[in-house]
Write a protein that binds this ligand. Structure first.
Ligand code: SF4
Length: 80
């Protein structure tokens, strides 16, 4: 029963917040709480070479590159 309930609860919480795809290999903790599976190319190790000058995605021009979103929170701790 619990085995079925936990993924359901996980999905109910994570889908609206992080657009979770239930990939089973969650890396939110190491990608600035941004899900790399929302990258149209599903890149899991960093941005492609097509990030536009304004930081938006080459595949979905209205969307900010997922990897820039993932990187942004880490900038808070960098002292220039
Ligand atoms: S620009 Fe960013 S979000 Fe778009 S395909 Fe490339 S890595 Fe993925």
């Amino acid at each position: 029963m619990l085995k079925k309930l936990l993924p359901f609860v996980e999905h109910v919480i994570k889908k609206p917040v992080w657009d979770c795809r239930m990939c089973g290999q969650c890396v939110l903790h190491s990608t600035g709480m941004t899900c790399p599976m929302t990258c149209p190319k599903t890149l899991r190790n960093g941005p492609c070479g097509g990030v536009r000058e304004n930081g938006n995605c080459e595949v979905i021009p209205d969307m900010q590159c997922v990897w820039l979103k993932a990187y942004a929170p880490s900038r808070i701790f960098i002292v220039d």
